[in-house]
Design a protein around this ligand. Structure first.
Ligand SMILES: [Zn+2]
Length: 169
C-alpha cells in the first residue's frame, strides 16, 4: 500500500491542520503566505518537530501542472503558489506516495478533482468529532476507562455507568 501523506496549502496551515500520524508537506512559497503570528509560530514548531516537511516541486511537475490547468481553464483562477503546490502533490505521487491535498480553496479542489488527485477540506474534517466511551461512578464521579471490568467503583463502591463522550480531534 502507498504511504498516505498530506499536502497543505495556506488555508490548511491557518486552520491548524496537520497530521501527527502521517507526513505533511508544503512548499516554501506557502510558508511565505502565512502572515499571522499565531499560525507562524505553530507552523515553525511543526517544522522543527518534523511534522511538516518543506519541499519544492521539480520542473517536470510544474510543466505537467501548467499543461493540465491550461486545458481546463483553471490557470486563470489559480495563483502561482497554488499551481506549485499542485505540482508538489504530483511530484510526491510520482515518488510513490499517496498524497491528499488539504485545501479550502474551491478552485484548487476543482483542479484536483480534474486530475484525480485526492483532496479534503480543512474545516469539515477539522471539527470532526469522535465518540468514545468512559465509565463513570454514580457516587464520586470517578472516571474509568471503557474497559474497566468491574460494576462497582473501587473508591466508594457505588455503581459505575457507561457514558458516551465526544472527543474533538
Ligand atoms: Zn466512586
Amino acid at each position: 500500500m502507498q504511504k498516505k501523506i498530506y499536502v497543505l496549502d495556506a488555508s490548511a496551515i491557518i486552520g491548524g491542520f496537520y497530521s501527527k500520524s502521517n507526513a505533511n508537506f508544503t512548499t516554501g512559497e506557502v510558508i511565505l503566505e502565512i502572515k499571522d503570528l499565531k499560525s507562524s509560530l505553530l507552523l515553525q514548531s511543526a517544522i522543527e518537530d518534523g511534522f511538516i516537511i518543506v519541499e519544492e516541486p521539480e520542473n517536470e511537475d510544474i510543466e505537467k501542472t501548467n499543461e493540465i490547468i491550461e486545458k481546463s481553464g483553471d490557470i486563470l483562477r489559480l495563483s502561482e503558489v497554488d499551481q506549485n503546490l499542485i505540482a508538489l502533490a504530483l511530484k510526491l505521487k510520482r515518488k510513490g506516495y499517496d498524497p491528499v491535498v488539504v485545501t479550502d480553496d474551491y478552485s484548487m479542489q476543482n483542479t484536483l478533482k480534474t486530475i484525480n488527485m485526492t483532496y479534503r477540506s480543512v474545516l469539515t474534517e477539522g471539527i470532526k468529532e469522535i465518540y468514545n466511551w468512559v465509565k463513570i461512578c454514580k457516587g464520586c464521579k470517578k472516571k474509568y476507562p471503557s474497559d474497566y471490568s468491574f460494576e462497582d467503583c473501587e473508591i466508594c463502591g457505588s455503581p459505575v455507568f457507561k457514558k458516551r463522550i465526544k472527543i474533538k480531534k
